[in-house]
Design a protein around this ligand. Sequence first.
Ligand code: SAH
Ligand code: SF4
Ligand code: F3S
Length: 473
Amino acid sequence: MNLNDTIEDDKAAAGQSVGAVRSAGKKVFLKTYGCQMNVYDSQRMSDALAADGYSSTETVEDADLVLLNTCHIREKAAEKVYSELGRLRDLKAEHAAVGRELTIGVAGCVAQAEGREILRRSPTVDLVIGPQTYHRLPDALARVRRGEKVVETDYALEDKFEHLPQPTRRDIVARGVTAFLTVQEGCDKFCTFCVVPYTRGSEVSRSVAQIVAEAEQFAAAGVRELTLLGQNVNAWHGVGPQGADWGLGQLLERLSQIPGLTRLRYTTSHPRDMDDALIAAHRDLPAVMPYLHLPVQSGSDRILKAMNRRHTAADYLALIDKIRAARHDIALSGDFIVGFPGETDDDFEATLNLVRAVRYAQAYSFKYSPRPGTPGADMADHVPESVKDARLQRLQALLSEHQRDFTVSSVGKTMSVLIEKPGRLPGQRVGRSPWLQPVIVDETAGEIGDIIEVRITRAGPASLFAEPVSSAG
Ligand code: SAH
Ligand code: SF4
Ligand code: F3S
């Protein structure tokens, strides 16, 4: 699980209409690109649309409203949106020919970054809505119905989370035994390659009360594993009882007291914000899973400085030592960028050396993509595409070798697995290990939502196979 996973989730959970139904009978097709935060936002938008009378469809041809929840992180991600809009323009024309209406909306980070420009490039779009204004979605749609083209990209003063409807128990159950919960949004770090501070705004933490209430609601509906989300999740801070200052470590401790919430995860963390209380939470709280996504981007101090990451490779390695001392079996995952402006062969070798020192269980690596408006885009010495390609290939080969070693090292081990869903083959179920590995068991091993003890019998290319071991014996 990672903020970079491109998730194309066409399955916004089926919502039921409640309250005043202004759009009864209408159907929405919601497509999600980008990170888990977008997945969470899509669910909240889907809840808001359900309250407005929309039901969800997974068939774009059936939809009265198509909403794209977009990602701006790399050029490819952003351009995908425009090819999708091209297809939708044709669909809209087909609908119009038979007297049907199709409303097209663009939400997410492309909406925030490009705003009105989207309407210029794609006049077929009716609505552009940025991540901070999703609670205004029903009103924006009402304005579209009155014939307006709507662009909502202001940073709303009101808290969108306060104003978005809570999911119903039914929706939560439909979404399964694992859930995402956004606890922090935005970023003040301004890494020189990154658009997030511009698309998501400055860092905002949700309150302890809001988070606990939502987590309790999830747990009551059968959620067993909660992943706390934030662009800089470990910068989360809040006020605990008696006015105490809380960081993510304290929040995890509070959430671990909620009955039923057996597993807690969080993503994505910045190395600078890994404080001692959070590291201690990995040591002291069994609910906090031994897995940490801690992107480093580069192993070269020169490049780290140019990226404005504000730490050195040695700082990062010292931090990893400290985390491993607290929790020896922790698996690490990372993000890397190759070909940042000015990156030399030596800089790239330093990245490979850092990777060799850490041995990541999982990793995501990208070619640097210059993003409009970020300082990196204006830097000198851009690296040729062919060099980026070659570096990416070498880095990925090394990372995959380590990933494979990690997978294979699980064979023979006993571990807990949360059973999440039916497997692809009849008679199978798929769960996750504490280290986020997919684990396949026989359906007789337990029900969805059960956490069972298993022994790993073999490693497939993408998953592990296991048999239950009796916890009594
Ligand atoms: N907040 C997280 C990252 C969010 S973006 C962090 O600080 O690590 C997810 C990942 O996308 C980043 O870690 C980075 O590896 C990659 N990324 C971001 N901007 C990029 C760009 N312009 N080109 C290539 N990769 C990029
Ligand atoms: Fe982007 Fe850096 Fe903020 Fe992560 S910490 S979201 S990479 S600016
Ligand atoms: Fe993409 Fe926005 Fe997430 S740019 S990675 S969808 S925060």
